[in-house]
Design a binder for this molecule. Structure first.
Ligand code: CA
Length: 233
């Protein structure tokens, strides 16, 4: 059963979330604060997805996200914000969240996003557990190891989140091809994703910080103005 961690201090919202996730077949652990969540969370606890409210008493959701992401690149993270703050969204995504939702949101939309992220995470677990020979995609100085979900650049390990990894898979499968942002969004987040293409830009920015020598003048992930991005090994 897929395991979800729900961190929200407002009892009514947390309970509605937990109830609906349980009805959808998830095993749900609730926490009313970041501190409580960190007492429960460990990479070994096996959570597939964490849903983190930003406004929490004590440590806020951003710090919690960073702390969890430092321990696990595998877990899917969805941030919840009370306001439609574009800055919150950008910040949440830039520190390692996979998705972002603004309150009030529909439960069906949240479930769709949780499902999309949980599916990615479990694909990854299956890939790690399978006895098949490991898949490796090579592009110039880069090697994408599909078994360990790690990227190597000149033999050096670069840890990627699930989303970042899938974007790299898309690039490696389409070297030199200009990929329109909507195609990247669809390829990574799925056809039924409701979010906007800015999430692609934020993840690209994060990837550049990780893989480019000079992120402000990228040599590998090139911008195709008004269109999208192109991979150049
Ligand atoms: Ca709150």
């Amino acid at each position: 059963m897929r395991k979800i961690l729900v961190v929200e201090d407002e009892d009514a919202i947390r309970e509605v979330l937990a109830l609906n996730l349980r009805l959808a077949g998830y095993e749900v652990t609730e926490a009313a604060s970041a501190e409580q969540a960190l007492a429960i969370f460990s990479p070994a606890a096996g959570f597939d997805v964490a849903i983190l409210d930003i406004m929490l008493p004590g440590m806020n959701g951003f710090s919690l996200c960073e702390t969890i992401r430092r321990d696990s690149t595998e877990i899917g993270i969805i941030m919840l914000s009370a306001k439609a703050m574009e800055q919150d969204k950008i910040r949440g995504l830039s520190i390692g969240a996979d998705d972002y939702m603004t309150k009030p949101f529909s439960i069906s939309e949240l479930l769709a996003r949780v499902e999309a992220i949980a599916r990615r995470v479990s694909h990854q677990t299956e890939a790690v557990n399978s006895a098949e020979p490991e898949g490796r995609m090579v592009s110039g100085a880069f090697v994408l190891d599909q078994k360990s979900r790690v990227l190597y650049k000149n033999g050096e390990t670069i840890d990627l989140t699930q989303v970042e990894f899938q974007i790299m898979e898309l690039f490696f499968s389409n070297p030199g091809v200009a990929l329109v942002r909507e195609k990247i969004l669809e390829g990574v987040w799925g056809e039924n994703y409701y979010g906007d293409v800015k999430i692609v830009d934020v993840n690209i920015r994060r990837l550049r910080m990780k893989i480019e020598d000079e992120p402000s003048t990228p040599k590998h992930i090139l911008t195709v103005w008004g269109y999208g991005y192109r991979w150049n090994a």
